[in-house]
Write a protein that binds this ligand. Structure first.
Ligand code: NAD
Length: 474
């Protein structure tokens, strides 16, 4: 394959436009988008303009794009979870290599179909398990491989989802209903289950899990709370989930800025929180201040689905009055869990326990790996990342990694560009048979997630051999 890879995009949303699209802009010698499918006109047109795609190669839906002959070497599938299977199967049949967003699909039967089709058609299918490519998790992997922990015995990992991310994505947002999207243990934690499988280096033997929806339900609503925050909520000044607080005052973003150690971010956070009039004035003349004043990034971006992207307070208020993101968090008809624990015994005897919950003061993962020769303790937050290694024999403690907050490199801890680099390299270099996060490799984490879900619902321990056999026969 040529050095310059040509690509088409399905879904010019957060991942498609801002992660893969931005990568292509910065790496013009490596990749060029030649077509896009996206129903939201502004996104489609902006993407086409940025990538010089002619209007004849802009489509309103993935079906239209995939009804054409093969247009490029590679296809990025960045639609929502429940819209992955069909385009992936068709694209593979047409001869595209595929970069598929995680989770591969929201149902296990579809994940298996995708893996089988990739193998049958002999195409390269990469799954965006980006965390394997971050400096943080790569460092851990290398520490394990070098034997600095001896033999691993136990891993304890937590996915501490912040209170605001939980409300935004899994209560008000796209991953709130298991009938419409993925179970939360798949949507959010397939990354973590993948990391556990990768770090342990063995497949799981048994899995058990517990969890439920404890808090985000109507009986927890404050008395008199209306269905939409802006319909005269009596607790609007004291409810942390009051929608304008998240999407207009951007309190969650300010909290991230204030919690880190970076003095500039602390200053900017204070300015946004306590001196809005002054910031509004500076925003007229200094572009970075405009970005902070009229925030358009996560999570605000998601409230715009088709509307002209006007980021003024007035426009946001208008949208929140009746959009899904303006709903009271206790009246969202959501049914995914808000906390879940998973216990795993791997074939090599290592045990792991994983906790996922949506009530953390800050977003991030924490983990502890205990081995026969050492202990490794890690924190992977937006505001800081640290890794500390303890050696049992010498009693010494060593700081392996210490990174401060940087909003500009928050591409999954630097993992996003490295994932794409590695994927493109596997297309160009015939010696690399498959990328690190290929379909077959990533199926394991998906199996783990579906097994955990089944265990949680049925109250049973899942024997993974039986589960695998049963799943492959679907
Ligand atoms: N790798 C990661 O860590 C990571 C992080 C976030 C999201 N994701 C996954 O990425 C995928 C996309 O998530 P997102 O946050 O970018 O969502 P998004 O809603 O921002 O983007 C999805 C886009 O698909 C478009 N779309 C809808 N119907 C379409 C159709 N028929 N044809 C073409 N496009 C269509 C939507 O208009 C939207 O712009 C999801 O599967 C999600 O779970 C992965």
């Amino acid at each position: 394959m040529n050095t310059l890879v040509t690509a088409v995009l399905l879904g010019a949303g957060r991942r498609g436009f801002h992660v893969y699209g931005s990568y292509a802009i910065k790496n013009k010698e490596k990749i060029k988008f030649v077509a896009v499918a996206e129903p939201i006109r502004s996104r489609r047109e902006n993407f086409a303009k940025l990538h010089n795609i002619p209007s004849s190669r802009c489509y309103e839906s993935w079906e239209d794009l995939l009804s054409e002959k093969k247009l490029a070497d590679l296809i990025f599938i960045c639609t929502q979870d429940q819209m992955h299977t069909e385009p992936t199967l068709i694209a593979l049949d047409k001869g595209y290599h595929v970069m598929l967003e995680k989770p591969m699909a929201h149902r296990l039967v579809d994940c298996i179909k995708i893996v089988k089709k990739a193998e049958e058609t002999d195409r390269i299918l990469g799954v965006s398990h980006v965390l394997r490519y971050t400096e943080f998790f790569l460092t851990i992997f290398n520490i394990i491989k070098k034997g600095l922990l001896g033999d691993i015995v136990n891993i304890s990992q937590r996915e501490n989802i912040s209170w605001y991310h939980m409300a935004h994505s899994y209560v008000r947002g796209p991953w709130a209903n298991v009938e419409k999207s993925s179970p939360m243990i798949l949507a959010k934690a397939c990354h973590d289950l993948d990391l556990l499988y990768w770090m342990v280096g063995s497949v799981p033997k048994k899995i058990s899990s517990f969890g439920n929806l404890l808090y985000f339900k109507s009986e927890k609503a404050p008395p008199g709370a209306p269905k939409f925050c802006l319909n005269g909520c009596p607790v609007k000044n004291t409810c942390k989930y009051y929608a304008p607080r998240t999407y207009i005052d951007i309190i969650p973003i300010i909290q991230i800025m204030l919690k880190g150690k970076n003095r500039i971010y602390k200053f900017l956070g204070k300015l946004r929180k306590d001196h809005i009039k002054l910031l509004t004035f500076f925003a007229k003349i200094i572009p970075p201040f405009k970005r902070l004043r009229y925030w358009s990034e996560w999570p605000v971006y998601y409230i715009y689905s088709g509307q002209e992207e006007d980021y003024s307070d007035e426009a946001k208020l208008k949208i929140l009055k009746n959009s899904q993101y303006g709903r009271c968090v206790y009246y969202c008809n959501n049914n995914v869990v808000d906390h879940q624990v998973v216990n795993i015994e791997f074939e090599n005897g290592v045990t792991a326990n994983f906790t996922m919950h949506g009530f953390s003061e800050r977003e991030g993962r924490t983990l502890r790996i205990d081995g026969t020769e050492g202990t490794l303790i890690g924190e992977f937050h937006d505001s800081n990342k640290t890794l500390t290694l303890y050696n049992h024999f010498s009693g010494e403690k060593q700081t392996i990694l210490k990174q401060k907050l940087s909003l500009s490199t928050s591409e999954h801890g630097g993992g996003d560009p490295k994932l794409i680099d590695a994927f493109l390299e596997s297309l160009r270099n015939p010696k690399i048979v498959q990328p690190l996060t290929n379909a077959r490799e990533c199926l394991e984490s998906h199996l783990m997630a579906f097994a955990a879900n089944e265990s949680r619902i049925k109250g049973t321990v899942i024997d993974m051999d039986d589960f695998r056999k049963k799943s492959n026969n679907i």
